[in-house]
Design a protein around this ligand. Sequence first.
Ligand SMILES: Cc1cc2nc3c(=O)[nH]c(=O)nc-3n(C[C@H](O)[C@H](O)[C@H](O)COP(=O)(O)OP(=O)(O)OC[C@H]3O[C@@H](n4cnc5c(N)ncnc54)[C@H](O)[C@@H]3O)c2cc1C
Length: 419
Amino acid sequence: MNVPPAVAAQAAPDTLGAGRDASSLETAYDLILVGAGLANGLIARALRRARPELRLLVLEAGAAAGGNHTWSFHDTDLTTAQHESVAPLVSHRWQGHAVRFPGFHRRLAGGYQSIASTHFSEVLHRELGPALRTGVAVTRVTAREVDLAGGRRLRAHAVIDGRGLAAAPAPERVALGYQRFLGQEIRFAEPHGLTAPILMDADVEQHDGYRFVYVLPMGPRTALVEDTYYADDARGQPEIWRRRIAEYCAQQGWQPVRVLREEQGVLPIVLSGDAQAVWDDARGVPRAGLAANLFHPTTGYSLPEALRLAEHIAALPDLSAEPLFAAVRAHALQRWSDQGFFRGLNRMLFLAAPPTERWRVMARFYRLPEPLIARFYAGRPSALDKLRILSGKPPVPVGAALRALRAVRLHDSHAPTRP
Ligand SMILES: Cc1cc2nc3c(=O)[nH]c(=O)nc-3n(C[C@H](O)[C@H](O)[C@H](O)COP(=O)(O)OP(=O)(O)OC[C@H]3O[C@@H](n4cnc5c(N)ncnc54)[C@H](O)[C@@H]3O)c2cc1C
């Protein structure tokens, strides 16, 4: 990046929260990242390594970077270089994982890893130092400026908006189903006996669409137990979900002693959308993470996509506003185009299968060969994989499945009516 000398000479301010006249403009940064969540955190780390000279500022509204999450991924989701880069962030690793469906339990060999957001925050603070500021809410984002709550305005050669769902595309741009869940990290009276995660225990009563329980054994007596739904709406029912987690633990013979922490989420499952329009709405501000639609369309998980974007940005020759926006937009549009197959499958899951029968689609999928399943989660199924996933006797009515596959403009029904 070419940084004008007058700008490079300015010192970075050390306090940001205090109110100051918005007319005071400072271009003290090369790049400001708005939001210190998963996507921007990974971008900041990648840039620190590739471009240590960059004057970077990461602004997070919350008290800590990363919020309250457990981010997990399959070993096969990442390249060797990506594994190396996330290794300092990883809190748990397991050999293998399992799934359960009525009448069919399967153990898979693929390894699984998790990042606890508390650990993510510690690493980020250590690596970024004063470039990471928490408790700083941004009220306005443009391609070269951010306004802070309190009135202060900061300038940079470029800004990236990584505010997560707070900056997610409007409903007339993207039609969604939802993966909603509540997880409790629980300490049990006795060892639970699990040595590997159960990524889907769908051998449970079905409610509100496709229901399964996700279990990560964090220690011999502790586990994260998540009650999860592939549902048509984003409604939260925390009391019901807590009760169902307690019922599930009782069925497994696990006696909870204490709930150590809780996390909740509503993840977007994309059915259709107008990606070009999403980027028109961005008005020249590059986006990252959920705000950029960069996640696996069928799981709502975004870690591998966030790493890809971070690598891409760190390798760009010019990080000033226009070229950065053009590069991020092109990357996201390419990923959107690559992911059309997943959106079709999502429509089959949400539109062709009656909600209580959705589990059959997943059960059938989990009978396929493990390397195919791994490529599916990694977001790179081969042409043959796609054929295999769609061939055979579908677990949903054929006519409904074909209609669902063709319904590529569902988001249009949310478009505001024009006079
Ligand atoms: C509980 C939970 C568990 C999940 N588990 C997984 C998983 O296992 N694997 C996986 O790949 N994905 C998972 N996801 C999905 C997805 O990867 C995460 O939501 C991920 O955090 C999205 O990354 P992001 O950077 O887009 O947004 P976020 O990580 O949500 O980051 C956005 C950040 O911006 C901040 N912010 C918002 N507004 C402002 C503002 N005005 N000013 C300053 N800062 C602001 C927020 O406080 C937040 O820290 C999970 C999601 C949730 C909610």
